[in-house]
Design a binder for this molecule. Structure first.
Ligand SMILES: [Zn+2]
Length: 67
């Protein structure tokens, strides 16, 4: 399981927020500066915009204990 925290900015109303994404396979390819399309309810301002620019991405890696 790979977790990525993305700092997103709504293209329509320019509000910034963070959102965590999970992916079982290593298919996450969210790069800073790229655009991401989510559902229309993703914006915390409920402005109806569904395009968001990725300001920053922070991958969260889980460390497994080795016995
Ligand atoms: Zn918005």
């Amino acid at each position: 399981m790979v977790r990525v925290v993305l700092e997103l900015r709504c293209v329509k109303c320019a509000v910034k927020f963070e959102r965590t994404f999970e992916e079982r396979r290593r298919q996450l390819n969210y790069s800073e500066g790229e655009m991401l399309q989510l559902d229309e309810k993703a914006c915390p301002n409920h402005c109806g915009g569904d395009w968001f620019s990725i300001e920053r991405s922070h991958p969260i890696r889980k460390f497994k204990r080795r016995f």
